[in-house]
Design a binder for this molecule. Structure first.
Ligand code: GTP
Ligand code: GTP
Ligand code: MG
Ligand code: MG
Ligand code: ZN
Ligand code: ZN
Lengths: 215, 215
């Protein structure tokens, strides 16, 4: 268990540093393609409008594709690739610790960590974040919380994404929420669309409330 | 590396057994919710029509939801759950070896192993199969092959699924195929829909050709 203890020790160091600078940190997790980057792009634009300063740590096995989509928004983005270090399927706390060295921590209100697309392993690793958010998109199907329960137990919020596609799918948002609450009755669910902006008011309010609560 | 050697040794034993009985075995992998179970349900119905006998090993972290969807089709389905053994995010060759004991091997032409929904780790573990098929669905986005390359390098076929949704998405099947071929020029791509049956003739022909090639 040394590896996990070591990982948690670094995560605690990260958390202490983020608290010192008052940076509300969100670990964003999901299956591949659920819409994390699209959601982040619109979130950054909204935060910019409220003069709230944010940065992103972009976790991927390989490539800089997601960073390249966010950099034009004018916020600091640090890309972390696990491939050169064995291709871990989740972002580890040592990667976050390294990435923090590249950020001007005294100039940030929020930090988003976009984790690697994987509904299993990232849920097991604490990075030092204040909040853990799982993105679940309608096309994936209503049963995912029942089949991949750990992620839904470990998170504080679920963004039920791509709700703009509901008219074209045979799924019901109620059944998603029902299944989520069978696994974790306390998990808050916000229906959202990174494409159309539906649900963003509620998401932005949640972000501002959580920051006030933690810091 | 003992663990991987041990895993491969069992996989070789599985492969020898499957060859002895002439069972063409397909390891089906994808992100969560790409449509593996839906594809299998229609595939089983098609094989039943041609009097080809098949069975399924259903791999999941937890639950029997997928097995319950396939059992009504009248073929043997063995459910494997990794949760009681630590919650592995991929099916291992020892699980397959155990599951084979529950099957009447002299009565099978095909065996499908539905792997756990994860676009990363399952690609690293050989189970003894003849073919490895990755399902990639349109809603996940065109960039997945570039961001999760190992899976696309390790497979022999990609089923580009949910093409019935194309009119409602801003993606292009050509761009998916372009990105797949940047990672693995030899990976065959079949556009398909588990929901409507589009592309099934080509998929069924591929299955019958592969069986003839291997056995
Ligand atoms: N209709 C619809 N499509 C969306 C939405 N959000 C994202 N998409 C599409 O879904 C695909 C994947 O979106 P991404 O934002 O790249 O998803 P991701 O979770 O960041 O993916 P990875 O980082 O590779 O795991 C792309 O084709 C997007 O255009 C949405 O709210 N509605
Ligand atoms: N439109 C459309 N929806 C599909 C298709 N195939 C599957 N779905 C839907 O996609 C969701 C997930 O399908 P599943 O077959 O359960 O996917 P899976 O890959 O087996 O999921 P896991 O085993 O949990 O990883 C469900 O809501 C299905 O109805 C398809 O071809 N077209
Ligand atoms: Mg992304
Ligand atoms: Mg399934
Ligand atoms: Zn993994
Ligand atoms: Zn894993």
């Amino acid at each position: 268990r040394d590896v996990l203890e070591e990982s948690n020790a670094r995560a605690q160091e990260n958390h202490a540093l983020l608290n010192k600078f008052g940076i509300c940190t969100v670990n964003l997790m999901s299956s591949p393609g659920s819409g994390k980057t699209t959601l982040l792009a619109r979130t950054i634009s909204e935060l910019n409008k409220s003069a709230l300063r944010c940065a992103v740590i972009e976790g991927d096995i390989t490539s800089t594709l997601d960073s390249e989509r966010l950099q034009p928004l004018g916020v600091p983005v640090v890309q972390v690739n696990t491939d050169p270090f064995g291709g871990d399927c989740h972002v580890g706390s040592h990667f976050v610790q390294g990435a923090l060295k590249y950020l001007e921590l005294d100039k940030l209100d929020y930090l988003f960590i976009e984790n690697i697309g994987n509904l299993v392993c990232p849920a097991e690793f604490y990075l030092g974040e204040h909040e853990r958010v799982v993105v679940l998109s309608l096309p994936e199907g209503e049963d995912k919380p029942l089949k991949y329960p750990l992620m839904f137990r470990e998170c504080n919020l679920c963004l039920l994404n791509k709700v703009d596609l509901a008219p074209h799918l045979e799924v019901s948002a109620e059944r998603f929420t029902e299944n989520i609450h069978k696994i974790n009755g306390a998990l808050r669910v916000i229906s959202i669309s990174g494409k159309t902006g539906e649900g963003f008011e509620e998401w932005m309010t949640w972000l501002q409330t959580r920051r006030a609560d933690h810091l």
